[in-house]
Design a protein around this ligand. Structure first.
Ligand code: TMP
Length: 206
């Protein structure tokens, strides 16, 4: 089973899934936790190029292609082998982030970005996508309150960009309702963790 975690900056998706991972491991499932862009040495190198705050000259299509390249390498080296071995892969961000950030917020077009990603992923879709929905104002405030979190090139985009990211994610959830579950990430931590766990368990038991 391939599960992806999506949402605007500061939605708390990484923390929200921790309790669910623990519970699944106790139940005997083997879990692979990973992230995009990154998750393998080559993909982490691509991540550094994409997110470097100095790379202000980066063109939008270059950015989209680099995310797709990093995604492909991550699938080849990590995700596909784990799925083949029957493990549950839980990945922070996947192709929906490209559709929302590059397709929607950068204005490159959701279907254009989908096309390059279908090539990159050979039509590998998640079984479940949890969308941690939160207003960008709240998410960005959480990030700036967290001194340990490194600010990246995309965090520095204006509020309007982040609003478009959120709207695009919600649009994607409407387009693929059978794959998406929306989690209200503005609720308290315990409730968000509980709702995350329920969403995963109910999909597993389907
Ligand atoms: P994160 O690891 O802190 O979530 O940072 C990754 C950043 O990259 C975040 O701002 C979202 C952005 N991103 C895209 O714009 N497109 C993508 O395809 C992915 C995976 C991430």
């Amino acid at each position: 089973m391939f599960i992806t975690l999506e949402g605007p900056e500061g939605s708390g998706k990484t923390t929200a899934v921790e309790a669910a991972v623990k519970k699944l491991q106790e139940m005997g499932y083997e879990i692979v936790r990973t992230r995009e862009p990154g998750g393998t040495p080559i993909s982490e190198q691509i991540r550094n190029v994409i997110l470097d705050k100095e790379n202000t000259a980066m063109d939008g299509r270059t950015e989209a292609l680099l995310y797709a390249a990093s995604r492909r390498q991550h699938l080849v080296e990590k995700v596909w082998p784990a799925l083949k071995e029957g493990k549950i892969v839980i990945c922070d961000r996947y192709l929906d982030s490209s559709l929302a950030y590059q397709g929607g917020a950068r204005g490159l077009g959701i279907d254009e970005i989908l096309n390059i990603n279908l090539f990159a992923t050979e039509n590998t879709w998640p079984d479940l996508t949890l969308l941690f929905d939160i207003k960008p104002e709240i998410g960005l405030a959480r990030i700036s309150a967290n001194a340990n979190r490194e600010v990246n090139r995309l965090d520095l985009e204006k509020l309007d960009f982040h609003n478009k990211v959120r709207e695009s994610f919600l649009q994607l959830a409407k387009r693929w309702p059978e794959r998406f579950v929306i989690i209200d990430a503005s609720l308290d931590r315990e409730t968000v963790a509980k709702n995350t766990m329920e969403a995963i368990l109910s999909r597993l038991c389907k």
